[in-house]
Design a protein around this ligand. Structure first.
Ligand SMILES: Cc1cc2nc3c(=O)[nH]c(=O)nc-3n(C[C@H](O)[C@H](O)[C@H](O)COP(=O)(O)O)c2cc1C
Length: 203
């Protein structure tokens, strides 16, 4: 009977809330400049995993939001395959988190809010650069930057149509607590149907 009760309590665990709690601690105790850096992995058109860091803009009850250029390499990969991986390693709290999920664009109004939270210089760089395109001799980022700085000199920099947010809706988490003796604790929380199920893996 006791085990049944314990299991019921475990089922109530919400892994997004667990992530949020760890993230808050990690941010509060971090000495890094880029406290929200997360690694996201997509599959490219040749089937190779492709990973890079982005800034975690927000954690909501639905999942994890980052912003980017929809026409970048990652944007193209996502349009072909919406399965995505998210990984963090927060050394100072000895925690690795691995997430699998499905990703989709947030709406334009939401993207607009994230756009407004960016610095003016970051906004202008977004206009000046076609993210992931080759940097050839015919492209001058300095000229592009000067062009857009002038164009938007007296107004707020508008959000370019190809820039916006993505929401990662998670289906699988692994929380690893690092141990010096390598006896790491690996807690897996997976979505089966509409229920989160918890188990442990050997280190
Ligand atoms: C700490 C850090 C944070 C970054 N944040 C973002 C971000 O929020 N959005 C973004 O598009 N690129 C960000 N970048 C750059 C990406 O890592 C990557 O170079 C860029 O998005 C192009 O990737 P792609 O060619 O795979 O699309 C960041 C890089 C670092 C190191």
């Amino acid at each position: 009977m006791k085990n049944v009760e314990v299991n019921r309590i475990i089922m109530k665990i919400n892994p997004i809330e667990k992530f949020q709690a760890l993230y808050q601690t990690a941010r509060a105790e971090s000495t890094l400049q880029q406290k929200g850096a997360i690694c996201i992995s997509t599959l490219d058109s040749d089937g190779f995993p492709d990973s890079r860091f982005v800034d975690l803009k927000e954690v909501t009850a639905e999942g994890f939001i980052f912003c980017t250029d929809y026409e970048s390499n990652k944007g193209k990969s996502i349009s072909q395959n919406n399965k995505i991986g998210l990984t963090v390693w927060w050394e100072h709290i000895e925690t690795q988190i691995r997430i699998k999920g499905k990703v989709s664009k947030v709406n334009t109004e939401q993207s607009q809010q994230y756009w407004l939270s960016r610095s003016r210089s970051a906004q202008l760089t977004t206009w000046a650069s076609n993210q992931s395109q080759p940097l050839s001799h015919s492209v001058s980022l300095t000229n592009n930057l000067a062009k857009y700085s002038k164009e938007f000199e007296t107004v707020e920099v508008p959000k370019p149509p190809m820039w916006g947010g993505y929401l990662i809706r998670p289906i699988h988490f692994e929380f690893l607590t690092f141990r010096q003796d390598r006896m790491h604790i690996r807690e897996v929380i997976s979505l089966i149907g509409d229920q989160w199920h918890k188990s442990f893996l050997q280190p």
